[in-house]
Design a protein around this ligand. Structure first.
Ligand code: NAD
Ligand code: IPM
Ligand code: MN
Length: 365
């Protein structure tokens, strides 16, 4: 029968805690849907630095390339914060994204009815929000050259980076965004800083040009500073947002808080071909690591995205999504989304409750 290979990258901090829970949910829905999964767990980030001496060992990248999909927990931590750049956990993550050529990062932010009260925004502002950030992931200032440290003409130490986009990089992420918007509510907002930055001027020009291929999608443009404001003023105005690497990083963390917690937000990173990378948008949360306090739902929902976008196992994905809702309906909450009268649980117990919900629920077909 059908079987898939999944690379698991637990990483650092809360990464191993949330991955262990998500792994169990993948295993369970696979058995219920009648397919097999073989997991290969590989070192990545600080965990790899400590054992192998590099943040992304060749074996880890090769495993990710050869498997059907990769699920990542999170990387990073105080211990490695002062490492040289090529020995930072974060550098390993950028190498992984580049190595897999996953240039399109889908970050959905949905306010679940069960969690409206967990949002820091007023109920009437937060409820019903359902937006998708399409973040360019393998270009822009994260990868642009020249970059580095040096000295300027006044003998001042400098650090510098380059925001650069080639037309083809904008065109391909724009197409993914238009396709995404078309499957949603048909509205795309491109976020840039075209009033100041040349890279953004080209961005706006190319997105506008690609729009002619999608006459059914309504395109608008917004400057990033205004977009940051509009996201908390009236987030319901957004359907699909497309933006560059760094703006997408920042705006998706902001959007997460509309939904109640960064511990809720999954992501899928996809390329033109080849396996995808799936990860929660949050980091390794060193402040709560090792305390069984992490919210595992972002990673479980990332596992659902893996099943849907990575393997085409839509029904298995729906089983996880339905079980997450059911678990919230039954009142279980980790600390980040907890309020009075609800059942406060840790990472492990939250995972176990979702497994119970998976067992007892058949997805709506
Ligand atoms: P973070 O996302 O790790 O944490 C920010 C805050 O959110 C913390 O208070 C944390 O406790 C909380 N939080 C995050 N995830 C949570 C969860 N699942 N449940 C409950 N609370 C959660 O961001 P940071 O503190 O800026 O970064 C910490 C480290 O993580 C850094 O080394 C950073 O580089 C790294 N990082 C990694 C990734 C990744 O692996 N994809 C993403 C972001 C940050
Ligand atoms: C994320 C993270 C990463 C990013 C870091 C850890 C490299 O913040 O996945 O959002 O900036 O892309
Ligand atoms: Mn981020």
């Amino acid at each position: 029968s059908k079987s898939y290979n999944i690379t698991l990258l637990p990483g650092d901090g809360i990464g191993p805690e949330v991955i262990s829970v998500a792994k169990n949910s993948l295993q369970l829905v696979a058995s219920l849907e009648g397919f097999g999964i073989t997991f290969e767990e590989m070192p990545m980030g600080g965990a790899a630095l400590d054992v192998v001496g590099v943040p992304l060992p060749d074996e880890t990248l090769n495993s990710a390339k050869q498997s059907d999909a990769t699920l990542l927990g999170a990387i990073g931590g105080y211990k490695w914060d002062n490492n040289e750049k090529h020995l930072k956990p974060e550098t390993g993550l950028l190498q992984l994204r580049e190595g897999l050529q996953v240039f399109a990062n889908l970050r959905p932010a949905t306010v679940l009815p069960q969690l409206v009260d967990a949002s820091t925004l007023k109920k009437e502002v937060a409820e019903g929000v359902d937006l998708m950030v399409v973040r360019e992931l393998t270009g822009g200032i994260y990868f642009g050259k020249p970059r580095g440290f040096g000295t300027n003409e006044n003998a001042q130490e400098i650090g510098f980076n380059t925001e650069v986009y080639a037309a083809y990089e904008i065109d391909r992420i724009a197409r993914i965004a238009f396709e995404t918007a078309r499957k949603r509510r048909g509205k795309l907002c491109s976020v840039d800083k075209a009033n100041v930055l040349e890279a953004s001027m080209l961005w706006r020009k190319r997105v506008t040009a690609i729009a002619s291929e999608y006459p059914d999608v309504e395109l608008s443009h917004m400057y990033v500073d205004n977009a940051a404001m509009q996201l908390v003023r009236n987030p319901k105005q957004f359907d699909t947002i497309v933006t560059n690497n760094i703006f997408g990083d920042i705006l998706s963390d902001e959007a997460s808080m509309i939904t109640g917690s960064i511990g809720m937000l999954p992501s899928a990173s996809l390329g033109e071909k080849g396996p995808g990378l799936f990860e929660p948008i949050h980091g390794s949360a060193p402040d709560i690591a090792g305390q069984d306090k992490a919210n595992p739902l972002a990673t479980m929902l990332s596992a659902a995205m893996l099943l849907k976008y990575g393997l085409g196992e839509e029904k298995a994905a729906q089983r996880i999504e339905a079980a997450v809702l059911d678990t919230l309906n039954r009142g279980f909450r980790t600390g980040d989304i907890h309020s009075a009268g609800q059942n406060l649980v840790g990472c492990k117990e939250m995972g176990e409750e979702v497994l119970k919900s998976i067992d007892s629920k058949t997805p709506a077909s």
